[in-house]
Design a protein. Structure first.
Length: 578
C-alpha cells in the first residue's frame, strides 16, 4: 500500500435522481458496486437494493461460529500492496470498534479515526508477514530455506509462457504446457498450494498470475509482502462496508433468490425489463426500465458449500447451484452473456475440502510453536501463511494467522485453518479418501504429518473441527477462451452489468478480492458514463526492469538457461528432460 489514495470524487451525472439499482448477489463485488454508486455515482442509498439468497452478506468472504461449537472460515484471502481497487474502496470505509472497549459483547460502531485501509496497513506494518515453515515433509521436517528448484527447461518454459499470447495458449492446461519434472519442483508446491491451482487448470490463468505478481516471485518461499486483515475477512472487510452502506440507506434483501432476468434485445441493444425471484417460497417479479441499473454476480466459488463436524464428514453437493442456474438462464438469451457450463460442469476438477480447527487450552499450541518459534497467543502471525506438506497424498496445507481471528474469540482459544487439494486421494495415516473423513480424522492426518502422532489423543480432547466441502471453489481456473466469460458490461447493454470472478477483465487475476472490486468499479463507471475519474490501472510492475531482473535471478538461482530451448517452446513444443 505504497500509493496515496486521495478523496477524488466524480462529478454528478444529470438524471441520477431518477435511477435505481438492483444488485444480485451479496458478495464483495455487489457491496463494492453499491459503494461506488454512492461515492462516485452520487446515487442515494435508498435507491439501491442488494438481493442475496443466503441470510448473510459477504459471499466468499466469510467467518462465523463461536468458541463452544467451533469457528469456521471456508477460506482466506492473501492480499498485497498493489490491490489498487481494493485499497481505493477501503480508503473511504471506517473500520469498526467496540462501543465499549471493556465489553466484548458491546455494539460495533464506526471508528471515526480509522479506515479499513489504515487498519490493514497498521497491523501489517507492526507485524510484517514472513513464513516460518513454508514447506515440510517426512512427518514434520521443515525445508528451512527452499529455493524454487528449477532446471534450465523450467526457466525456459516459464519465460516462454510470458511471451506467448493468451489466444495461442487457448484452453491448454498447466499439465499440457509444462514438462513432467516441473511438478516436482518447489516452485510448483509454492504455486499450487498458494493459489489452489491444479495441473488440469488453465495455463492462461497461470500466465496472468505470473505477470500480475512478478514482483512477489523473490519472496515466494517466505510469503513476504503478503498482507492479512486483523480478523477474518468477514469481520475486517465485509462488516465495515455493510455497516457504511446501511448508514447510507442501502436496502439488504436477504433470503431472496433471483432465478432469471427478462432481457429485451432490439437491434443488439440489451435492456433488463424484469427480475424474477423467489422470496419466502413465493415467486415475485420486479419490473425494471432503462433507468433501473441491474448488476449480476454470475457464478459463485462457494455455492453449495457443505459442512460437517468432529464426527461427520462434509458431503459433496453435486446439484447445480442456484446462482449457476441463474447464469445459465441469462446466458441462453445471447452469446455475449458467456458460457457457464465451462466453469460449473466438472466439479471434480473444481472442488476442494477445507477445515477449521478451534482449539481451547490445547497442546496444539506447543506443536505450532515448535515449527515457528512464535507463541501462538502473542498476537503476532504464527505460521506467516500456509505451511504445505509436500509428501501428503492430500497435499495438505495449514495456517495459524494472528490470534484472535474473531473479535469474540477467548484468549485461550486458537483458530487454525487447513485444506487439501486432493479430496479423492486416500490419506497416509488415515486410510480413507479425504472427502470421506470427519473432522477428527482430518486433524489426525494433519497431526501425523506434523510429527505429532503421539499427541493426537490429547489434542482431540481440546478441539472442534468443522470440515467444509466446496464444489466450485476453483471453478474460475477452468480452461476457457475469450467470450466464455462475459464482459463486465456486455456490448449493447443499456442498463446491466456482470460482476465478480467470472467476468472478463484483461490482465487481472481471478481468485482475488481485487478482481471482484475492479469489476464493480468498471461496471458502475461504464453504466453511469463516469469519465472524469478512471478505474485504477492493473499494477504495471511487470514492466519495471528491476522487477524483471529480480524475478529472473530468482528463477535461475545459479543456472543458465539453454539458449536452444526457448525457440522450441515459443513454437508450442512441449519439452521433456532427458
Amino acid at each position: 500500500m505504497t500509493g496515496t489514495y486521495e478523496n477524488v470524487i466524480a462529478s454528478k451525472k444529470p438524471g441520477i435522481e431518477q435511477k435505481s439499482a438492483f444488485l444480485i448477489g451479496g458478495g464483495i463485488a455487489s457491496l463494492a458496486a453499491a459503494a461506488y454508486l454512492i461515492r462516485d455515482g452520487h446515487m442515494v442509498g435508498e435507491k439501491i437494493t442488494i438481493l442475496e439468497q443466503r441470510d448473510v452478506m459477504g459471499g466468499s468472504l466469510d467467518g462465523s461460529g463461536n468458541a463452544t461449537d467451533g469457528y469456521i472460515m471456508r477460506g482466506g484471502r492473501e492480499m498485497e500492496a498493489h490491490y489498487e481497487c481494493t485499497w481505493d474502496l477501503f480508503a473511504h470505509i471506517p473500520a469498526l470498534m467496540l462501543k465499549d472497549p471493556t465489553n466484548q459483547a458491546s455494539e460495533l460502531v464506526p471508528n471515526p479515526d480509522l479506515t479499513v485501509l489504515k487498519e490493514i496497513r497498521d497491523i501489517n506494518q507492526w507485524d510484517p508477514n514472513s513464513a516460518k515453515c513454508r514447506l515440510m515433509s517426512d512427518c514434520g521436517k521443515p525445508d528451512l530455506n527452499p529455493s524454487l528448484g528449477l532446471s534450465p527447461i523450467h526457466v525456459a518454459e516459464l519465460t516462454a509462457l510470458l511471451l506467448i499470447s493468451e489466444e495461442e495458449l487457448g484452453k491448454k492446461t498447466v499439465e499440457s504446457y509444462f514438462s513432467d519434472s516441473y511438478f516436482e519442483t518447489n516452485m510448483w508446491y509454492f504455486w499450487t498450494s498458494m493459489f489452489a491451482m491444479e495441473k488440469w487448470h488453465s495455463v492462461v490463468e497461470m500466465k496472468r498470475y505470473m505477470q500480475r505478481f512478478m514482483h512477489l516471485m523473490p519472496t515466494m518461499s517466505k510469503l513476504e509482502k503478503i498482507l492479512f486483515t486483523t480478523y477474518n475477512q468477514y469481520e475486517s472487510m465485509v462488516l465495515p462496508l455493510q455497516n457504511w452502506l446501511k448508514s447510507e440507506g442501502v436496502r439488504f434483501d436477504l433470503n431472496t433468490q433471483v432465478t432469471d432476468l427478462d432481457i429485451e434485445i432490439v437491434n443488439n441493444e440489451k435492456t433488463v425489463t424484469a427480475i424474477h425471484l423467489l422470496r419466502g417460497g413465493s415467486s415475485e417479479t420486479i419490473a425494471t426500465t432503462v433507468n433501473d441499473l441491474v448488476f449480476v454476480t454470475n457464478g459463485s466459488m462457494t455455492e453449495n458449500s457443505n459442512t460437517g463436524d468432529n464426527n461427520k464428514p462434509a458431503i459433496l453437493n453435486r446439484e447445480v447451484g442456484a446462482c449457476w442456474n441463474l447464469w445459465k438462464n441469462i446466458a441462453a438469451k445471447d452469446p455475449a452473456f458467456g458460457n457457464p457450463e465451462v466453469f460449473c460442469s466438472d466439479i471434480d476438477k473444481s472442488k476442494f475440502l477445507s477445515f477449521t480447527i478451534t482449539a481451547t487450552d490445547s497442546p496444539i499450541a506447543d506443536v505450532l510453536k515448535n515449527f515457528t518459534g512464535v507463541d501462538p497467543y502473542s498476537g503476532k502471525a504464527v505460521t506467516g501463511g500456509i505451511m504445505t506438506i509436500k509428501d501428503s497424498k492430500w497435499l495438505m496445507s495449514a495456517t495459524c494467522n494472528r490470534q484472535p481471528q474473531f473479535r469474540d474469540q477467548p484468549k485461550n482459544v486458537l483458530v487454525i485453518w487447513a485444506y487439501g487439494l486432493f479430496a479423492d486421494a486416500e490419506g497416509d495415516f488415515v486410510h480413507k479418501k479425504m472427502s470421506d473423513c470427519n473432522g477428527e480424522e482430518l486433524l489426525s492426518e494433519l497431526l501425523y504429518h506434523w510429527g505429532a502422532k503421539d499427541q493426537i489423543p490429547a489434542i482431540m480432547k481440546t478441539v472442534k473441527v468443522i470440515p467444509c466441502m466446496m464444489p466450485y471453489i476453483t471453478s474460475q481456473f477452468m480452461p476457457r477462451v475469450k467470450g466464455e466469460r462475459p464482459d463486465v458490461v456486455p456490448r449493447g447493454s443499456k442498463n446491466f452489468a456482470f460482476l465478480g470472478q467470472f467476468v472478463e477483465i484483461p490482465d487481472d487475476c481471478v481468485f482475488t478480492v481485487e478482481y471482484s472490486v475492479r469489476s464493480a468499479i468498471m461496471a458502475v463507471y461504464t453504466l453511469l458514463g463516469i469519465t472524469d475519474k478512471a478505474v485504477p490501472e492493473v499494477s504495471p510492475t511487470r514492466f519495471d526492469v528491476r522487477t524483471i531482473i529480480q524475478a529472473t535471478e530468482t528463477m535461475c538461482d545459479g543456472i543458465i538457461p539453454n539458449e536452444y530451448l526457448l525457440p522450441h517452446l515459443l513454437k508450442g513444443t512441449k519439452l521433456q528432460e532427458s
